[in-house]
Design a protein. Structure first.
Length: 533
């Protein structure tokens, strides 16, 4: 009986040599004549173990971690490697990093060949679509409503409200748009899902089309993801040949197809109206709202825009029912979130957990602390516009409302760790410079405010009139938050304020800073009897 050997084929695994490992294993198998086949699966998201080769044995998948091509050739030179090899990590499913997760959206990731449609079906693929086809549009939307699903792209807007709005809109043509322009630093869940389980994204878009009456779909993919582009284009072609997409995709002779479009290379393209402008062939400037895209969106038609993880979650919700999905999570944050551990952590990767777990659990239990083995000083949650949280706030539940109450956000689930060598005043200046660089330029608070903000922070760090400049910075943050057209300018103050609140000493030489002289809600103020250098 043939043995199956799984070697990942996604961007992250290949960046550390998975392709070379696959060649070495294949060459060794040919020399030994072993009856085995290689399946290029997607990574399981346990990136500290990559390249991770898995060998089927006695009903389990035995893993061999961090293989080089040379070592892989040695291990397979005489046949299938045994469990005494130093690289062997045993049954991969039993590893605490994976065993202690609750994988719903990522349930198939790492288990199957991403482009094997039969394998997708065998792993409960299209179960949600089959159920949706037996329901009315209103019933599908009601399942999404009962699930409590909120947008996983960052805004956490109730998904059912968008779906219902598009359903209720009267128009001859409607669209479903998948926002895959994953631009937040420290995030990679969209990319891995599209590389490791692309049919799930297609299924989610089909369910959304059935729910809203949409006849056409677009996936707007970040241009820096060439491997995801290749995998998804091949998945679309396979789906068309199989009749999953095309003339009868929605059943009863109703057509639905998906077109892949590449992003324009700007961070602001992830904002939904900027994304629409880009698809339409224009410069990606943010549109004023109202009207909202659900009423007047792509090419002026009602358009449902959700990100990759939101549409993927819809497949689980329709397969198992909205109530089953809502049993996970806490408060108004229902279901699971694929958190992405990055930065200075010993074990980075995808960690899918129900809402309500803590940041400390993520960083310490799953992440294993810092890679540098120095104390972690802060974690930024929610991408480059998210707040920096000190260890004292790591026991707060991962919940949209709990984070918002503390001036923070979960965003797309990115979690980036920093050790005690980090200067957070420099990070505050970076936040403003990032916004200035990525601004579409349409509104003054974002375009000009971010540039002035970087200049003001630089003056504070140089010791130039710190009291006056901190007051100016606070006013500037308020103007950007309240006056910007979109979240880029509106959220840039969040990391800056969190640093002023939690790490004010980084703006000054420690010996010149009076910790007792804090006013204005904890924002930094120098004791006027001490002058910074």
């Amino acid at each position: 009986m043939s043995t199956t050997i799984h070697i990942p084929n996604d961007t992250s695994a290949c960046s550390v040599g998975a392709d070379a490992v696959a060649v070495a294993v294949e060459t060794a198998l040919e020399r030994t004549g072993i009856d085995a086949r290689i399946v290029r699966n997607g990574s399981r998201g346990a990136y500290a173990l990559e390249p991770l080769v898995e060998v089927d044995a006695d009903g389990a998948r035995i893993g061999y971690a961090r293989l080089t091509s040379a070592r892989a050739a040695e291990l397979f030179a005489r046949g299938l490697p045994d469990r005494t090899a130093p690289e062997c990590v045993g049954d991969v499913e039993a590893l605490p990093f994976l065993k202690n997760q609750q994988r719903l959206t990522f349930a198939r990731v790492g288990l199957i060949d991403p482009l094997d449609l039969d394998a997708y079906r065998a792993a409960r693929g299209f179960a949600g679509l089959a159920r949706a086809r037996a329901m009315s549009s209103a019933q599908i939307v009601d399942e999404i409503r009962r699930s409590g699903l909120r947008g996983r792209g960052g805004a956490a807007f109730p998904a059912a409200v968008k779906w219902q709005t598009v359903l209720d809109a009267s128009a001859p043509l409607k669209y479903v748009v998948c926002n895959a322009d994953e631009g937040d630093s420290g995030t990679f869940a969209d990319r891995l899902l599209m590389e490791a389980d692309p049919f799930q994204v297609i299924e989610g878009m089909l369910i959304a089309a059935l729910a809203t009456g949409a006849q056409s779909g677009y996936v707007y993919l970040r241009s820096e993801y060439p491997r995801a582009r290749d995998t998804f284009e091949r998945a679309l072609a396979i789906a068309r040949r199989a009749g999953v997409l095309g003339r009868d995709a929605r059943g009863a002779g109703q057509a639905f197809d998906i077109e892949l479009r590449l992003g324009a290379g700007a961070y602001v393209c992830g904002e939904e109206t900027s994304l629409l402008e880009s698809i339409e062939g224009r410069r990606p400037l943010v549109r004023a709202k109202p009207p909202v895209p659900a009423i007047h969106g792509l090419f002026g038609a009602p358009t449902l825009i959700n990100n990759v993880l939101t549409l993927a979650a819809a497949t689980t919700i329709l397969a198992d029912g909205g109530d089953a999905y809502a049993r996970f999570g806490v408060g108004r944050s229902r279901g699971t979130m694929p958190f992405q551990l990055a930065g200075n952590v010993a074990r980075g990767g995808i960690v899918e957990l129900p809402f309500g777990a803590t940041l400390r659990t993520l960083v310490e239990s799953f992440g294993g602390g810092s890679l540098s083995q120095r104390p972690l000083r802060a974690v930024q949650v929610g991408g480059p516009l998210g707040a920096y949280l000190p260890p004292a706030q790591w026991d707060v539940p991962l919940d949209y409302e709990e984070f918002a109450a503390r001036g923070a956000m979960l965003g797309h689930g990115g979690v980036v760790a920093f050790d005690d060598t980090t200067n957070f005043a420099a990070q505050a200046e970076f936040a403003m410079r990032f916004c200035a660089h990525e601004s579409c330029g349409k509104c003054t608070p974002c375009r000009i405010g971010s540039q002035r903000g970087a200049e003001v922070i630089a003056r504070i760090r140089a010791g130039d009139a710190p009291d006056a400049n901190i007051a100016l910075l606070e006013d500037l943050c308020e103007t950007m938050e309240l006056g910007s057209l979109c979240a880029l300018g509106g959220l840039t103050p969040m990391p800056v304020r969190s640093i002023l609140r939690h790490f004010p000493e980084d703006f000054f030489h420690p010996e010149d800073f009076s910790r007792g002289a804090l006013v204005g809600g904890g924002h930094a103020r120098l004791d006027r009897t001490q002058a910074p250098r």
